[in-house]
Ligand binder design. Structure first.
Ligand code: KIV
Length: 297
């Protein structure tokens, strides 16, 4: 029989707050963040000591099978947020505001951000965009909801950007990104994701801000790092961005396990004795006798 090592006992960890994020930056301690969309993954991330868990709208691509992040809805995001919130005790939980949940009006942005905390069990929200989002950021922060910004490659603008391509590679666009980062900090963001921008630009932005930057494809000069968990685990097969480091190949491992199960079923090796339920002999005899008595009537 296959045995699995027991999960490590949950560490007694303090809840990570947005204040702790800023303190980590001040102390030069890198922040570790990954995505989760379900309860067992949240449990494992939390037990491993992750600082923050992002319920990313990457859910659309890596779990729901869409081409990009645009189709995922508020209700779908909240459904997955609740599963994550039931699994994580210590990590700061950040809900990613989906496409069209904050762009139409500031009122809708605040209402939807509130749903992430009230109905999704999140501690904070993340939204994409720079100067064009300042009003929404200010209003959400004004409602007492911590906001993480996200600039550089913003996947919800994939059609406007002409694909999932690195940003800020010219002097002009780099300058715009620096300005956006400063404006987001001034608007009240507690942190900013920098996605797919040149390493030295990300380090430059990180040096300009007092809030932490969390990089994805933005090099080691950021104050923290985030990846999509399905990329890191080798669970997303369609493509792997250059900036991903794979720590496991779970897709191959799943295929191996499923293949072994099929073979066991076909060869009648599963279920074995230890997977079955027994019945006391005398009960079985009585059962057979009852059956006979009935059929003799
Ligand atoms: O949706 C997501 O997972 C994200 C990360 C890539 C930062 O926004």
């Amino acid at each position: 029989m296959t045995t699995f090592p027991p999960s490590p006992a949950p560490q007694a960890r303090k809840k990570v707050t947005t204040l702790a994020f800023r303190q980590k930056k001040e102390q030069g301690i890198p922040i570790a963040m990954l995505t989760a969309y379900d309860n067992p993954t949240a449990l494992a991330l939390d037990r491993a000591g992750m600082d923050a868990i992002l319920v990313g709208d990457s859910l659309a691509m890596v779990v729901l099978g869409y081409e990009n992040t645009l189709p995922v809805t508020m209700d779908e995001m909240l459904h997955h947020c609740r599963a994550v919130a039931r699994g994580a005790r210590s990590a700061l939980l950040i809900g990613d505001m989906p496409f069209m949940s904050y762009q139409v009006s500031v009122e809708e942005a605040v209402r939807n951000a509130g749903r992430f905390l009230q109905q999704g069990g999140m501690d904070a929200v993340k939204l994409e965009g720079g100067r064009e989002r300042l009003e929404a950021v200010r209003a959400i922060v004004g409602a007492g909801i911590p906001v993480m910004g996200h600039i550089g490659l913003t996947p919800q603008s994939v059609h406007q950007l002409g694909g999932f391509r690195p940003q800020g590679k010219t002097a002009l666009t780099a300058k715009r990104l620096v300005e956006d980062a400063i404006l987001l900090e001034e608007a009240g963001c507690f942190g900013i994701v920098l996605e797919s921008i040149p390493t030295r630009l990300a380090a430059h932005i990180s040096g300009k801000l007092s809030i932490p930057t969390i990089g994805i494809g933005a090099g080691a000069g950021c104050d923290g790092q985030v990846l999509v968990t399905h990329d890191l685990l080798g669970l997303f097969e369609r493509f792997t961005p250059k900036f991903v480091k794979r720590y496991a190949d779970l897709h191959a491992e799943m295929q191996r396990a499923f293949g072994a199960y099929i073979a066991d079923v076909q060869e009648r090796k599963f279920p074995a004795q230890e997977h079955t339920v027994e019945m006391p002999e005398e009960e079985w005899e009585e059962f057979l006798g009852t059956g006979r008595a009935r059929s003799e009537k």
